[in-house]
Design a protein around this ligand. Structure first.
Ligand code: FAD
Length: 443
């Protein structure tokens, strides 16, 4: 069968790819969306592979633009702060915002992907091909080769957009043609998912918070699910004496959790089974350059800039990419050869900025959140935000509850720290002068 050449090919029907297909179809393009997996709407999710994620303002902003935010939010669970679990003693809540009422949202990754897929499938001009794994690409012509259950298939497109995730095959093809350079910095930490099922039909922990167990060299978080379970993610080095590799038996696993996460075993009856059977996922930061070649092939989302998950921003950032590309197409009157370089120009610094903030946040989450100094700093920061509304805004607030570009967030936060540092130094000097003056008068 011969088919008209598709105008735009989107490779990877994950979060960014499905959203992108929706935006492009709305612009009137013929879009072919290729996905290596079978249709996820008719299958069961992979075991132990990040079943929920935190969606915040940047992601919601993108969903609002295609009228999907309300539907997605119907099943979201708002988390207004971090519930920090010490080894001994009661957990304590640290709210995310000065007002205490702003929330990031725990949502099912599968449900979000399916909602986007469904939305894309309904749009005229979108064709979705499942079980199509891209294995070859000629960047000069846009000719793609896919592995399918029926054998190799060749397809063509005027523009090829790679939204095929951190291990992008599109990026791999551009590398093979010497058209891009890449660096992949793997963290020496991996992650494993564990489950806290409902307890007596209800949530075993407060569902209004993101739970965190900071343990210095390791860390665990838990996000609530609509079925009243929690998905925990344990971050730990992949190798070494204290690592995923170090717990060889059921007894060792039980001992480890009883010692370091004592409130978990009583509410996680499948802990040992989860630990033994769920895979250890890898974490890393992907950087590549350029993100586009000749206005014909481009990378978006994790394919261009995968980051570590500690700011809960990977998907939010990928969604923001789609909004920005749409804006660039508007500004360039639909000319791809102008829009794709402009897109890279606008987004690359921002992707670099959130990549750095995500790495720094790992140290904050696993080491600092439990310390009294950190808690005091946060209280002072929230007090400043209340005293200087709109003028002092915390980094967390700017990243999670605004669409201020990430690179601007970093610059603004640095300036704020400088001003506050100067003010504190000035106050200290004033206090010193007052004490000296008082002492002189006493003499
Ligand atoms: P993906 O979601 O990876 O989608 C890529 C798609 O391409 C997949 O469907 C894949 O099957 C398909 N594909 C791959 N190769 C091919 C091929 N050769 N041919 C055809 N199709 C192919 N982000 C947040 O915003 N908030 C969070 O709280 C959060 N938590 C996270 C927790 C963990 C543990 C991890 C690992 C990540 C987390 N993220 C979070 C990051 C988020 O998951 C990613 O940033 C997001 O999924 C990126 O979307 P994407 O569409 O670019 O890539």
């Amino acid at each position: 069968m011969t088919r008209e050449r598709d105008e735009i090919a989107v490779v990877g029907a994950g979060l960014a790819g499905c959203l992108l297909a929706c935006f492009l179809a709305r612009r009137g393009h013929q879009v072919a969306l290729y996905e290596r997996r079978p249709d996820p709407r008719s299958g069961t999710p992979e075991r132990g592979r990040s079943i929920n994620l935190a969606l915040s303002e940047r992601g919601l902003d993108a969903l609002r633009r295609i009228g999907l935010a309300e539907q997605v939010m119907a099943d979201a669970l708002p988390m207004r702060g971090r519930m920090v679990h010490p080894v001994h003693g009661a957990p304590g809540l640290q709210s995310y915002s000065a007002s205490g009422d702003r929330a990031i949202n725990s949502i099912s990754r599968g449900a979000l992907n399916n909602a986007l897929l469904e939305a894309a499938a309904k749009l005229p001009g979108v064709r979705i091909a499942f079980e199509h794994r891209l294995v070859g690409l000629d960047p000069a012509t846009g000719t793609m080769t896919f592995e399918t259950p029926g054998g190799a298939v060749t397809e063509g497109a005027r523009v090829v957009l790679g939204t095929d995730g951190a291990g992008s095959a599109v990026r791999g093809q551009l590398l093979a043609h010497d058209l891009v350079t890449e660096s992949v910095d793997f963290l020496d930490y991996g992650y494993k998912e564990l489950t806290i099922p409902p307890l007596g039909g209800d949530f075993a922990l407060d569902p209004g918070a993101l739970h965190i167990w900071p343990r210095g060299t390791s860390m665990m978080i838990a996000l609530p699910n609509p079925d009243r379970s929690f998905t925990c993610t344990l971050f730990w080095p992949t190798h070494g004496t204290a690592s995923f590799a170090s717990l060889g038996s059921a007894a060792a696993i039980e001992r480890h959790f009883a010692q370091h996460y004592p409130d978990l075993p009583p509410i996680a009856p499948n802990l040992v089974d989860d630990y033994q059977h769920n895979p250890v996922g890898v974490l890393g930061t992907v950087r590549c350059d350029p993100w586009q070649v000749d206005g014909r092939v481009a990378l978006l989302g994790d394919a261009a800039h995968a980051i570590v998950p500690f700011y809960g921003q990977g998907a939010n950032c990928a969604f923001e990419d789609v909004v920005e590309l749409d804006r660039c197409l508007d500004e360039c009157a639909g000319d791809w050869s102008a829009a794709l370089p402009l897109f890279q120009h606008r987004r690359q610094d921002n992707a670099d900025a959130i990549a750095r903030m995500a790495l720094t946040n790992f140290v904050e989450m696993r080491d600092k959140v439990a310390s009294p100094v950190y808690r005091t700093r946060k209280r002072v920061e929230h007090a400043l935000e209340r005293a200087l509304p709109g003028r002092y805004v915390s980094q967390y607030e700017l990243v999670s509850f605004s669409t201020v570009p990430y690179a601007q967030v970093r610059r603004r936060v640095r300036r704020q720290y400088q001003v506050v540092g100067l003010a504190a130094a000035g106050l200290a000097a004033l206090a010193g002068a007052a004490v000296a003056f008082g002492l002189r008068r006493l003499r």
